[in-house]
Design a protein around this ligand. Structure first.
Ligand SMILES: [Zn+2]
Length: 91
């Protein structure tokens, strides 16, 4: 065991959100059983016109078999915009 805590990795963040997502299940019907509810989670770099702008999207693509729907679940956006956007308010 290391005495220091490593920084939270992208994988740990995704794992946390996937856990929460699976507790709720499909956003339409609540299905969350393996073999009925499918998902693929990961991190995507946001890019504008082919240029990465410094933001990372933590998200999952989900598929519910009973509903036969695909949808994107956005967990969180992290990072800092490379170019400062004075029009946007900080949250
Ligand atoms: Zn469903």
């Amino acid at each position: 065991m290391s005495p220091t805590f490593p920084p939270i990795s992208d994988e740990e963040i995704i794992e946390h959100y996937v856990f929460e997502m699976l507790k709720k299940g499909c956003r339409e019907c609540g299905e969350n059983r393996e073999g009925h509810f499918f998902y693929e989670a990961g991190v995507q770099d946001e890019d504008e016109h082919g240029m990465k702008n410094g933001l990372k999207w933590y998200m999952a693509k989900a598929y519910c078999q009973p509903c036969d729907i695909h949808y994107d679940e956005l967990f969180e956006v992290r990072g800092e915009l490379d170019e400062s956007n004075k029009n946007s308010k900080e949250t």
